[in-house]
Design a protein. Structure first.
Length: 184
């Protein structure tokens, strides 16, 4: 993937990035993380995450750590254990699951209100996943339903994507790379 070269080329050679990948269960977090990882490290079969997965890899002298957090209701409290040390958040929204967008919104609001998050400039990348499926919410509709325009204290961006094919992921990662390379 050519965007990895851009991702790591834009970041300083000594920068370490810790990124949380969160969202409700079955939103596609692990599938998207798999698309972001170098081809040699990608899973041949993606299975649901129980607890969390940590993927570390080094490319172009950059240590990249991604925390894929389970979205199951009983495990979402685990997310907050990683807020203090994260550099960015990737929030995956299942835009086919219209009924649970309100639950995703509540979880996002809880995250943003957490003491470890609320006063830090942490970029939030929202992936409106499963956008290839008929009848799904558009990225605009996800934005409205999630209340993203109410987020004033953090840079954020939403893009549609398909975790299975990788469509839209490069655009989101490019935005995130730009945010991470800016001085704080």
């Amino acid at each position: 993937m050519g965007f990895f070269k851009r991702l790591f080329g834009m970041l300083s050679s000594t920068q370490k990035c810790q990124i949380l990948i969160v969202g409700l269960d079955d939103a596609g977090k692990t599938t998207i993380m798999n698309q972001v990882m170098p081809k040699a490290r990608q899973y041949s079969e993606v299975v649901p995450t129980v607890g969390f997965k940590v993927e570390r890899f080094k490319m172009n002298n950059i240590e990249f750590t991604m925390f894929d957090m389970s979205g199951a209701a009983q495990q979402r409290e685990l997310w907050q254990e990683y807020y203090a040390t994260c550099d960015a958040v990737i929030y995956v929204i299942d835009c086919k699951d219209k009924l649970r967008v309100c639950v995703a919104k509540n979880e996002m609001q809880t995250m943003l209100a957490n003491a470890e998050m609320k006063d830090r400039r942490i970029p939030f990348l929202f992936f409106a996943n499963k956008s290839d499926l008929a009848g799904c919410l558009t990225a605009y509709e996800c934005c409205a339903n999630m209340g993203l325009d109410d987020i004033k204290s953090k840079p954020w961006h939403i893009t549609h994507c398909c975790g299975l094919t990788g469509e839209g992921i490069e655009a989101g990662i490019t935005w995130l790379t730009d945010q991470l390379s800016r001085p704080t």
